[in-house]
Ligand binder design. Structure first.
Ligand SMILES: Nc1ncnc2c1ncn2[C@@H]1O[C@H](COP(=O)(O)OP(=O)(O)O)[C@@H](O)[C@H]1O
Ligand SMILES: O=P(O)(O)O[C@H]1O[C@H](CO)[C@@H](O[C@H]2O[C@H](CO)[C@@H](O)[C@H](O)[C@H]2O)[C@H](O)[C@H]1O
Length: 465
């Protein structure tokens, strides 16, 4: 019989359990795509919660401190660890290491999110709501989830981990956990209740109630034929096929989501003092980024000008709940329609900040940057493609929302600049090879080119809004 019994957290002190896995996790965590402290070693690990999901499979929340001295920071991560005496060949890729001490000494520890037995049981828990220790499994009472759907871990470049069940449902496991409801559950749930059909509706979810309330995962219908906007944009660039019609439709879809969000959540009246505060925060982020990425420094005065212009704007759109990290990878095209996914916001920002009401222009700016990203990521660079898409997107947005983001150039420019600054830091930390893409935008935006359609003269109007 495989030795699994010692995994039971009730029979273990947290300290002894941690002794077993701390060394292994210190080496394994920094290698994971979803680990936030890129390039910095894990200096301390604290076990926040340990729950046995089934014998030999533990659900853990661990706090990892990374870096040292003033550069030290930490995050809480969600893990599902399995431990077996012998790991079958089909699970070798999930191997973390052999525990050399503590209660798991001698056992092979592995990432159980890659083990169909464990992930199948996770779906069973979601099908049958209830509690397991501090974990709460809940679902939409109107929906019946079929049993026995085969799980597979999605092989995608992502900030979390997603499991697809029988091409019917997708379960997103939040890897970096923060206290409070995750907007990726809160926002789609509210949108669906507004009758918005642009989001796959959450059908089940699980959360933790102790030591603090936090959302851990959300199950939604899987769109099997869906292709994400980034892939479609690159296909268009490679094949020479126009993308303006799709960009226009995407603008409409974005506006539809914004209108539903404005109806679902309270609005914040715009004020000049709020603009000043937001501009100050953008300037602060710019300075912090320039301190980390010296290539930005020469452009700081030019970029600050965009924020200064925003600070003195009289009134802008009311602030509302928005997507918060909108780009071409966050939209899926299925059945000739656009769907919007991943309402988590920018993963590096605190949850309270991500749930704050903000200008819808921020989302628009995120998508405009994404067209630029796509055009820049291919040789030869195709600025005219990006300009046409950006213009079509704004026209589509205007047609649905009743106002055109291009009519607010100072606001759009400030948000686009802020987004480019965020991207510089994101790429420096996660994908240094891509750094030149946002840096090119930084150079363009610093040269006081504030035309909303991007570099060069504004493109001709695509559609009459
Ligand atoms: N409902 C869905 N149907 C089909 N594919 C999906 C669905 N939701 C997400 N995906 C796929 O999973 C990938 C990762 O999802 P996402 O929510 O963006 O995760 P992350 O926040 O970890 O990046 C997406 O790029 C998309 O390809
Ligand atoms: O993991 P998320 O999808 O939540 O978002 C993060 O990763 C994105 C990259 O995967 C990053 O997006 C940037 O690169 C995209 C191309 O890969 C591009 O379309 C986006 O416009 C650009 O911002 C995103 O910023 C980050 O939050």
């Amino acid at each position: 019989m495989p030795r699994t019994a010692p995994l039971h957290p009730g029979s273990l002190g947290s300290a002894s359990l941690l002794t077993s896995v701390a060394g292994l996790l210190r080496a394994w965590l920094p290698r994971q795509r979803w680990f936030a402290g890129k390039g910095r070693p894990v200096t301390e690990l604290t076990l926040l919660s340990a729950t046995e999901l089934h014998p030999g499979c533990l659900h853990l929340l661990v706090h990892a401190q990374h870096g040292t001295g003033t550069l030290s920071s930490g995050d809480c991560y969600q893990l599902l660890l399995g431990a077996r005496e012998v790991l079958p060949p089909r699970l070798i890729h999930a191997y973390i290491g052999r525990a050399s001490e503590g209660p798991l000494a001698g056992l092979m520890v592995y990432d159980a999110f890659q083990d169909p037995r464990s992930t199948g049981l996770l779906l069973e828990r979601l099908r049958n709501p209830g509690a397991t220790g501090p974990l709460r499994f809940e679902r939409d009472g109107q929906v019946t989830i079929p049993a026995g759907l085969a799980p597979r871990l999605l092989d995608a470049e992502q900030s979390n981990s997603s499991l697809v069940y029988g091409d019917t449902y997708i379960l997103k496991i939040f890897r970096r956990v923060q206290p409070g409801i995750n907007p990726d559950l809160e926002v789609p749930w509210a949108l669906v209740r507004q009758g918005c059909t642009r989001v796959p509706p959450p059908v089940a979810w699980f959360r933790i109630s102790q030591p603090q309330e936090a959302t851990l995962g959300v199950l939604q219908p899987f769109l099997p034929e869906a292709v994400d906007g980034w892939t479609l944009a690159l296909q268009s660039l490679t094949s020479g096929r126009d993308f303006a019609e799709e960009a226009y439709e995407l603008g409409r879809a974005t506006a539809e989501v914004h209108l539903a969000l404005a109806a679902a959540f309270p609005l914040d009246a715009p004020s000049r003092s709020q603009n000043r505060q937001l501009a100050a925060a953008m300037t602060e982020r710019l300075d912090a980024t320039s301190a980390c990425v010296p290539a930005v420094t020469p452009y700081v005065p030019g970029l600050r000008a965009a924020f200064d212009a925003f600070a003195v704007l009289d009134a802008t759109r009311p602030a509302q709940r928005i997507h918060g990290d909108l780009h071409l990878g966050q939209v899926l095209r299925a059945d000739m329609r656009w769907f919007v996914i991943d309402f988590e916001g920018e993963p590096a920002r605190p949850l309270t900040e991500r749930r704050r009401r903000q200008s819808p222009v921020r989302d628009v700016a995120g998508m405009l940057r994404s067209f630029d990203y796509a055009a820049r990521s291919r040789r030869p660079w195709r600025p005219a493609w990006a300009r046409r898409c950006r213009d079509a997107y704004c026209a589509g947005y205007a047609a649905e929302a009743g106002w055109d983001p291009r009519d607010e150039p100072a606001l759009l420019c400030a948000y686009e600049t802020d987004r480019a600054v965020y991207e510089v830091l994101y790429e420096a930390r996660h994908r240094p090879d891509w750094l030149s893409v946002p840096l090119a935008a930084i150079a363009r935006l610093a040269e006081a080119d504030r035309t909303p359609s991007g570099s060069g003269p504004p493109a001709p109007s695509f559609h009459n809004a």
